[in-house]
Design a protein. Sequence first.
Length: 377
Amino acid sequence: MIQIRLSHPFPHPQPSLFPPPQQQSKIKRSRQLLFPPKQDEPQDPPQPVAAKSLMLKPPKDLFTVYSILGIIKCEKIRQYTFFNICGIICNECKRQEKRRNQMKRIDFERIFDNIRRDQTMVHCITNYVTINDVANMILAIGASPIMADDWMEVREITAMCDSLVINMGTLKQNTVRSMLLAGKEANQRGHLVVFDPVGVGASRFRKETAAKLLKQIHFNVIRGNISEIKTLYEGSDDGYGVDAKKDDAVTEDNLEYVIQMAKNMAKKTKAVIVITGKTDLVTDGQQIYLIDNGVLDMSRITGTGCMLDGVIAGFIGANPDQILEAVTTAVSAMGICGEYAKEKAEGTGTLKVHLMDAMSNMNAEWMERSSQIESKC
Ligand SMILES: Nc1ncnc2c1ncn2[C@@H]1O[C@H](COP(=O)(O)OP(=O)(O)OP(=O)(O)O)[C@@H](O)[C@H]1O
Ligand SMILES: Cc1ncsc1CCO
């Protein structure tokens, strides 16, 4: 007799990366907070987080399952196993149906039409490491980039563009002045602004600049990896570079904390907060989207985050009336491009080329087919 054991679908809980609340408050007290909570400000209670969906693709034909189970000789065990599998498949079908329904709320068609109808112009004040890739990625979505960072001209450039990216990657004193001038000009004209606090935990200069920019400019979107967003929120000063620290990785155990952090930050800054990584998170403080597109290799080439800043700016510049949805679409699109590129690439060099190829062919139909977006309130 063959025994079939159905393994438990959910992984064992992992130890939390974040200390419990009492310890956290001790750590926070010793830090200078960029967004200190007001005494009387109600903090959102933690929301329950749904368990990660079981990665099981329901087979189209249950008869196939039954006939495979034919190898089990005992009728009772065969039936028992079959009904268990049916149960799992049903739950997965329900989950997939729910996901599809939730996704219907984002009108990908309209978002892509808007980008490709008008030539959206994006002004970037960005770093010299990835500037060329950012410009090409903006072209790939059908928008038009202009990279300009001298304070003598940034106000004029911003004035004629639909959106602006401020990326702190290779910060210089002169560009800080340009960032402030451009950001204020964009705010006055109602143009949309994306902020990427690259490596904000790496130096005092970066941290002070981020605080100054956040004080003087209203950003519509703030995007960073988990370490960058945590530094902005908690004011932590444990040095790290432009990549996320391994210890900060978002897991099922700390997801609730990260969601709360992002929501609080969105409310305080009135910006859509985007935290990228294995699972991307997008929130305006109320609605939250968790995006499961993308591949690990995207973090092995520099600038996928910077490229995403440009893509987000293009999407919101063309869709100012649906910023949250446009940002979510941009983030998911980037992940889908990564998945495609991973299939085609022979290494990290060609990964970048395929990433760009994919973005230039991205459309609503591909989004419908491949996006993994879960929405919560
Ligand atoms: N482990 C991962 N699995 C899947 N996708 C990932 C992973 N890490 C990063 N990504 C994807 O890579 C892109 C960039 O995210 P990341 O968090 O690496 O940005 P970043 O650190 O700001 O990048 P950079 O500074 O190099 O521009 C996003 O689209 C994200 O979804
Ligand atoms: C590697 C690097 N250093 C400063 S900016 C940058 C590109 C990724 O953010």
